[in-house]
Design a protein around this ligand. Structure first.
Ligand SMILES: [Zn+2]
Length: 160
């Protein structure tokens, strides 16, 4: 597990290597059956993470936090997410390297970090609710014609 980053912020925008220099690596760290050509950053050597779901910028998780706050305003079963709590959660997320550098981070690692950060402040909430409030997980509709978005939907809902 990555340790919280303090002061070692990424100082550059990652710069992909040329397509011929890409590295053959397992597509997913849990399975070595399929490989894919991975770009890496020619400045720092970080390999781009290609696993699904893709990592998102911090703003995605902050949107999810705002959705969660809004949903708890109208929830009979849970206490509201008070301002001081949402501030504290956002502040903690900002110190995590997982969100600072989506380039080399698997989306699953971000999701786990996000959930544990929210639960550290609000242990009464459940993981399912926290994840459901993330932006693209609220949508129930999906374009029927797009194979790619079907794959994304499947990756976002591994239990189905
Ligand atoms: Zn880099």
């Amino acid at each position: 597990m990555a340790t919280p980053a303090t002061g070692d912020a990424i100082a550059h925008v990652h710069n992909d290597c040329g397509s011929r220099e890409r590295l053959w690596l397992p597509r997913d760290h849990s399975s070595t059956a399929t490989t894919a050509r991975h770009p890496f950053c020619i400045e720092c050597g970080t390999v781009k993470n290609l696993t699904m779901p893709h990592a998102k910028p911090l703003g995605y998780y902050l949107d999810g936090l705002a959705n969660l706050k809004e949903s708890l305003e109208h929830s009979a079963g849970h206490e509201k997410l008070v301002q001081v709590h949402s501030h504290l959660i956002a502040q903690r997320l900002r110190t995590r390297r997982e969100f600072e550098d989506p380039y080399g981070t698997p989306g699953n690692v971000q999701l786990a970090t996000y959930v544990s950060t929210v639960l550290a402040i609000r242990p009464d909430l459940d993981e399912e609710l926290i994840l459901r409030m993330l932006p693209d997980r609220r949508r129930r509709r999906r374009p029927a014609s797009s194979q790619k978005s079907n794959e994304q939907f499947a990756a976002a809902h591994p239990r189905n």
